[in-house]
Design a protein around this ligand. Structure first.
Ligand SMILES: NC(=O)C1=CN([C@@H]2O[C@H](COP(=O)(O)OP(=O)(O)OC[C@H]3O[C@@H](n4cnc5c(N)ncnc54)[C@H](OP(=O)(O)O)[C@@H]3O)[C@@H](O)[C@H]2O)C=CC1
Ligand SMILES: C[C@H]1O[C@H](OP(=O)(O)OP(=O)(O)OC[C@H]2O[C@@H](n3cnc4c(=O)[nH]c(N)nc43)[C@H](O)[C@@H]2O)[C@@H](O)[C@@H](O)C1=O
Length: 324
């Protein structure tokens, strides 16, 4: 038994490289990193469908896909995702699409003999003023951050659905809660993306156009924890292999920075030489969101990529791939 009393998996996931595995959302930031890691680890039977090929909000289509393909493992990264502005502007999409995707995929996986499923939530599931660093036990202990409560409610429902299916059906569904992520294949939309890709794009465009200043949202005081998506993918493989228990698991780097320091770092990495200007009419969101990831650390996993190195690599990826 593990530290939390979890069942030790009878068969190693990492050795089961011929098993059929479905990564839902494989073209996104997280899904694409997981696919890279799976291929690197020798997995040779991946089942992948683009959004166009299979809309996961359509229950009948999802049912048919699972009964035709019958994957052994499922990793759920498909979701309606965005930064603070997108979450605040499209609350209906964030709650409805996420509830639909996760409900369809989790239920169809159980009904079609999937052996193990991993669902990804987000650090925004925790109360806005949760004690820091935030442990898994802080869930449902206080009001949520208003800019993302719709998305958070859907994610909390996903965790609870995995737990309910484990309790009622003895089915191996687990949940990981990543902190703010970044890396190759991120969303670089000027308004709807997260802060790190948004700033890479804004500083790059300002450098190229010779602009004198770049506007950054909010006050610069909020603290955020960042994890490179390749580290996250590594942690997903680790949990698939080692973890089978009821509680969700925080997945963070333990390193936090203020948005002001992040903006200065992006400015330096991109090589923009003008000024920073703050726009306090834009929301700051949660003041601080540092997760306590000691549950994952105590199982033996730790991140490898520093924020500076990860940022340098992501900027290179943006220039060489996104802009081409
Ligand atoms: N990015 C981050 O900072 C964080 C992400 N997470 C979680 O990680 C997971 C992945 O996020 P991330 O990779 O950033 O998100 P992305 O937006 O990069 O990727 C999501 C993927 O899901 C697909 N998708 C969306 N809707 C549907 C649908 N109806 N049917 C089929 N596919 C669909 C998208 O396809 P298409 O683009 O074609 O619509 C896309 O490929 C999510 O659960 C998210 O909550 C958690 C914490 C932080
Ligand atoms: C992962 C997480 O992502 C979202 O929460 P968030 O952590 O607030 O994410 P964010 O990256 O969008 O912003 C972080 C901070 O950065 C500031 N900021 C400055 N300038 C820009 C900017 O240009 N764009 C953005 N997006 N933010 C900016 C911004 O004002 C805020 O203070 C959730 O909705 C939720 O979906 C979720 O789970």
């Amino acid at each position: 038994m593990g530290e939390l009393g979890q069942e030790v998996c009878s068969e190693s996931f990492l050795m089961d490289t011929r098993a059929k595995l479905f990564v839902a959302g494989h073209r996104g930031l997280v899904g694409s990193a997981i696919v890279r890691k799976l291929i690197e680890s020798g997995f040779e039977n991946l089942v992948l469908r683009t959004h166009q090929e299979l809309d996961l909000t359509r229950q009948a289509d999802v049912e048919k896909f699972f009964s035709d393909e019958r994957p052994k493992y499922v990793i759920v990264t498909a979701a309606k995702v965005g930064g603070i502005h997108a979450n605040n502007t499209y609350p209906a999409d964030f709650i409805a699409i996420n509830l639909q995707i996760q409900t369809n995929v989790i239920d169809a996986s159980y009904r079609n003999g999937v052996k193990k499923l991993l669902f990804l939530g987000s650090s925004c599931i925790y109360p806005k003023f949760a004690p820091q660093p935030i442990t898994e036990e802080a869930l449902l202990t206080g009001p949520l951050e208003p800019t993302n409560e719709w998305y958070a409610i859907a994610k909390i429902a996903g965790i609870k659905m995995c737990q309910a299916y484990r309790l009622q059906y003895k089915w191996d569904a687990i949940s990981g809660m990543p902190t703010n992520l970044y890396g190759p294949n991120d969303n670089f939309h000027p308004e709807n993306s997260h802060v790190l890709p948004a700033l890479i794009r804004r500083f790059h465009e300002a450098k190229v156009s010779g602009a004198k200043e770049v506007v950054v949202w909010g006050t610069g005081s909020p603290l955020r924890e960042f994890l490179h998506v390749d580290d996250l993918a590594d942690a997903v493989m680790f949990l698939m292999d080692k973890y089978s228990d009821l509680p969700h698991v925080n997945m963070g780097s333990g390193i936090e920075v203020t948005i002001k320091n992040l903006a200065e770092l992006v400015k330096e990495v991109v090589g923009f030489e003008g000024e920073l200007k703050w726009d306090p009419t834009k929301p700051d969101g949660t003041p601080r969101k540092l997760m306590d990831s000691s549950r994952l650390a105590n199982m033996g996993w730790k991140p490898k990529i520093s924020l500076r190195d990860g940022l340098i690599g992501t900027y290179k990826w943006y220039v060489e791939n996104y802009l081409q």
